[in-house]
Design a protein around this ligand. Structure first.
Ligand SMILES: Nc1ncnc2c1ncn2[C@@H]1O[C@H](COP(=O)(O)OP(=O)(O)O)[C@@H](O)[C@H]1O
Ligand SMILES: [Mg+2]
Length: 259
């Protein structure tokens, strides 16, 4: 067993839900904006269940070949090399397809037979079907596109997973996360969380994504290592959010009043 679990503060019932999904080998979809603890949660659960975790960060070039495997040339020979999905299926690992909607459509096609009762993968280049190991589980994350620029996930794909929403935690919990992750005092953590709450409520700014817990953790770490508070907030919270100079100035003024 793993003695040292990654730090994860449970937000709702996601730990129990994941455990039961794992027991029943039902694919699990984590929905939510960036920096809300999705990856940390999967690392935590894999560790808690004592399973190997294989993470793939999907992007628009990610193809089924990248996941399933390919022939590679080695010296005078051409040999087959399993991709991470095939490895996970054979070893009984948990595979985490981060931002699955970004991947090419053939990735979705490739995982279909793995996400239903068949639990098998067809490797077309080898002409074989590989049955998934008993312990294999598929986990994916998806950033719902409230804002343009994010890709959608088709209902026929979504309905192959059970799903859980991730959002910014309530203030008390977020303060605890900052204290734990960065080692700062609760008083400063509270100020950072207040800043985040304020900016999150400024919907009129039309930011593509607002202040995430990740940005707050970064600001807290900079403060903890001795960078002045206002500068830390500026570079870790304000600047990553927007390139609009007027908005930057307005947010800086706002933050300076709060820390
Ligand atoms: N519930 C949580 N428990 C512990 N840390 C968290 C939690 N939520 C967010 N964090 C912190 O925020 C950071 C970003 O979270 P991450 O899991 O990478 O987000 P996502 O995968 O949703 O983009 C983590 O590295 C961690 O410091
Ligand atoms: Mg992530």
């Amino acid at each position: 067993m793993n003695t040292q679990l990654p730090y994860y503060h449970q937000i709702g019932k996601e730990v129990e839900v994941f455990e039961h999904a794992y027991k029943n080998k039902i694919p699990f979809l984590l929905k939510g904006p960036t920096g809300t603890g999705k990856s940390r949660f999967v690392e935590f659960m894999a560790s808690k269940l004592d399973k190997k975790l294989i993470t793939i960060s999907c992007h628009e070039e990610t193809s089924s070949t990248d996941l399933v495997g390919r022939y590679i040339i080695k010296g005078a020979e051409t040999i087959w090399s399993d991709g991470p999905l095939t490895t996970a299926i054979k070893q009984g690992a948990i595979i985490y397809l981060d931002e699955i909607a970004e991947a090419r459509p053939d990735v979705i096609v490739a995982i279909h037979s793995l996400t239903d009762h068949r639990r098998e993968l067809f490797i077309d280049k080898l002409g074989i079907i590989v049955k998934a190991h008993e312990d294999f589980m598929l986990v994916a994350s998806f950033n719902p596109g409230y804002q343009k620029g994010f890709k959608e996930l088709k209902p026929s794909t979504r309905q192959r997973f059970i799903a859980s929403s991730f959002a910014y935690p309530e203030e008390k919990i977020e303060i605890e996360i900052l204290v734990n992750e960065a080692g700062i005092e609760a008083g400063i953590a509270k100020k950072l969380v207040n800043i985040a709450t304020k900016i999150r409520n400024l919907t009129e700014l039309g930011l593509a994504e607002t202040v995430s817990t990740r940005l707050l953790v970064d600001a807290a770490k900079l403060i903890h290592s001795g960078l002045p508070k206002r500068l830390s907030v500026e570079v870790a919270i304000v600047e990553p959010l927007t390139d609009d100079l007027e908005v930057i100035e307005a947010l800086k003024d706002l933050c300076n009043l709060m820390i």
